[in-house]
Design a protein around this ligand. Sequence first.
Ligand code: LEU
Length: 85
Amino acid sequence: EEEVQVTLAGGAPWGFRLQGGAEQRKPLQVSKIRRRSQAGRSGLRERDQLLSINGVSCTDFSHASAMTLIDASGHQLVLTVRRVA
Ligand code: LEU
């Protein structure tokens, strides 16, 4: 298990989908990555768990709050994720 920071550049759409959230008592987790996208190029991987979004800890965030914060990103999105091998 490791912590990884990835930087996505270029603005939405980033090319990944998210599942989970505090209201579901499940971690925010990357569920799908489009290969030819910013997410695909960034090194982000399916099943990565989001720890922070643009420096803001998101481990207690609802699904909707995480989506809102991601949508509020400009041309850059910095994610810290926990990766389980
Ligand atoms: N599906 C969105 C995109 O690719 C990301 C989502 C997690 C807000 O831009």
